[in-house]
Design a protein around this ligand. Structure first.
Ligand code: ASP
Length: 583
């Protein structure tokens, strides 16, 4: 080893010892006769001291010549500092340097490598290896590392076997586009990268592995957002001879143990909510239950009183914002503008102020008497001083818009605290989802999800109403995991594909291997996958999953550091039997 200690470990008890440290120059202060360098490595910072009295002139000179990010090796005696720095763990000591070597000089970095940097996003991504030197970024990856180790320990302790599944496969239907890879040996044919190892983990159950897990990269070609990357990591799991309850218990246990180990937080049983309830109360299948402000349906109280907009609406729904009756015209207009934004899509917003003096003021008070408004307030649990916000229209759209408004109000009122964690299970998802564009049903989770037996009778009459044995774990409005009990017999799987509009031929071509496997003794099974990057960012209190990925891609799916994707040579294209049209 080139060093005797790291830059984070020396304390007063080391005073008098001679040590050698290696690291990067964080800062240099040069006062002529005396100079100091803060030397940094992954473990911390230690101050090196050079003074004319004890440091040889040539070393003194070398120290004065170094710049930020030079890589140094320095030897000297640990001494007690005259002016201590209580903010630094090593702040009681410094090293009086007697020998030094510049292991490598460095160009001036394009941005400051400190917790608060002056580098913009693109620049930091281009020089990600420098960005990763910053404590704040590195500590995110340390958190990720710890969570990965806890997860492995927990699952190993529960008899799960980690099995790697292939990356060059064929389409797995998780609802996104596939990334494809051309096959040189099979001209004109392509592999797809897995959107998840779904079919393989089910096959491992057929093989009798009983409990499988894998911390695995998945690939989905879809539009990117703060919480999406084209390649991301799942904690992927599957179990045999279990029902939904068993899976919920095991994985509630995993998440509880992560909270305990990482944050020292303990939870009782996670609350559970059906999909229908989540949609009715929060307008979202991933409700943020850190705060109330639940939806109150007001159709009965508001319709038939002559207000056309409400009368024509499928749903009239309100939320109560505590203590907001004093909102100004401008603030209310701001909220109206918010719900009218095209991505939210409401036509307008109605408000009811429950004034502190007991009177009511509403944007529609010419249609409603004071007593009627009082009834709204009672239904919403509003008290004097509260503000009720009401949206109306088509049920699904209105719920969606109200979900956004509720979250916006939650933000405004500071009710969505990052260090407050409110996990829950959302259960009983619909099996199918109608797609207006293609005019057919899609699997809401994926086509291997088992319908609830008692709902199967609806297949001929109302397929959209069939519920699935599917579940999501949601924390603070973020879907962190989801899974289902699977179909494990050929006839049901075939029927499912048929319902999804596959011909027998297509189903066989794409998933014949799985259906065939079901004919060789498939155990009942089910599983779940957690979005690991999301889970880490949630634990880290940050919205963007990028901060928890060592080398992420930007919003155009580009790695600006290695400049990928990129074109390939004509020979490569020829070898792959691919011709590329001119853009
Ligand atoms: N494969 C599913 C997904 O990626 C998870 C599961 O059903 O286990 O969402």
């Amino acid at each position: 080893m080139l060093r005797t200690h790291t830059c984070g470990e020396l304390r007063l008890e080391h005073v008098g010892t001679t040590v050698t440290l290696c690291g990067w120059v964080q800062r240099l202060r040069d006062k002529g006769g005396m100079a100091w360098i803060d030397l940094r490595d992954r473990y911390g910072l230690t101050q090196l001291m050079f003074d004319e009295g004890s440091t040889a002139a040539e070393i003194q000179k070398m120290a004065q010549g170094v710049g930020r990010e030079f890589v140094l090796k320095a030897t000297g005696e640990v001494i007690e500092r005259v002016s201590k720095n209580p903010k630094m763990p090593t702040g009681d000591i410094e090293i009086r340097v007697t020998a030094m070597e510049v292991l490598n000089p460095a160009k001036v970095p394009p941005f400051i490598i400190e917790d608060e940097t002056d580098g913009g996003d693109e620049l930091r991504m281009k020089y990600r290896y420098l960005d990763l030197r910053r404590n704040s970024v590195r500590s995110n990856l340390e958190l990720r590392h710890r969570m990965m180790q806890y997860t492995r320990r927990y699952l190993d302790g529960n008899k799960f076997i980690e099995v790697e599944t292939p990356v060059l496969i064929k389409s797995t239907p998780e609802g996104a586009r596939d990334f494809v890879v051309p096959s040189r040996m099979n001209p004109g044919e392509f592999y797809a990268l897995p959107q998840s190892p779904q079919t393989f983990k089910q096959l491992l159950m057929v093989s009798g592995f009983d409990r499988y897990f894998q911390i695995v990269k998945c690939f989905r070609d879809e539009d990117l957002r703060a919480d999406r990357q084209p390649e991301f990591t799942q904690i992927d799991c599957e179990m045999s001879f279990v029902g939904q309850e068993d899976i919920l218990n095991i994985f509630e246990g995993l998440v509880k143990s992560l909270f305990k180990d990482e944050k020292g937080l303990e939870f009782g049983a996670f609350p559970r909510m059906t999909y229908d309830e989540a949609m009715a109360k929060y307008g979202s299948d991933k409700p943020d239950i850190r705060f109330g402000m639940e939806f109150v349906e007001l159709n009965a109280l508001t319709q038939g009183k002559g207000f056309q907009v409400f009368d024509a609406a499928e749903l009239v729904v309100g939320i109560c914002a505590k203590g907001c009756a004093e909102y100004t015209r401008k603030e209310l207009d701001g909220l109206t503008d918010f719900v009218r934004r095209p991505q939210i899509g409401a036509k307008g917003m109605v408000y009811l102020k429950c004034n502190t003096d007991g009177t009511f003021k509403s944007s529609v008070d010419k249609f409603y008497s004071e007593d009627q408004l009082k009834e709204w307030a009672a239904a919403c649990g509003a008290e004097a001083g509260d503000l009720i916000l009401v949206l109306a229209g088509d049920k699904n759209q209105t719920r969606k818009a109200m979900n956004e408004l509720r979250l916006e109000m939650g933000n405004k009122l500071g009710l969505r605290k990052r260090d407050d964690f409110k996990p829950l299970w959302v259960l009983d998802f619909p099996l199918l989802e109608w797609d207006e564009e293609t005019k057919r049903f899609h699997a809401m989770h994926h086509p291997f999800t088992a319908p609830k037996k008692e709902d199967m009778k609806l297949l001929a009459t109302d397929p959209g109403a069939i519920r699935a044995n599917a579940y999501d774990m949601v924390i603070n409005g973020v879907e962190v995991g989801g899974g289902s009990i699977r179909i494990h017999d050929r006839p049901t799987q075939q029927l499912m594909f048929k319902t999804l509009g596959f011909t027998d031929e297509e189903a066989k071509k794409q998933f014949g291997f799985l259906m065939e496997a079901f004919e060789y003794g498939a155990p009942p099974h089910g599983g779940i996958a957690f979005g690991f990057d999301r889970l880490c960012s949630l634990f880290g209190g940050v919205d963007s999953i990028r901060d928890f990925i060592a080398f992420p891609k930007n919003n155009s799916g580009r790695d600006v550091m290695i400049d990928s994707p990129s074109t390939i040579s004509a020979e490569q294209l020829k070898e792959l039997n691919i011709s590329v049209g001119k853009a």
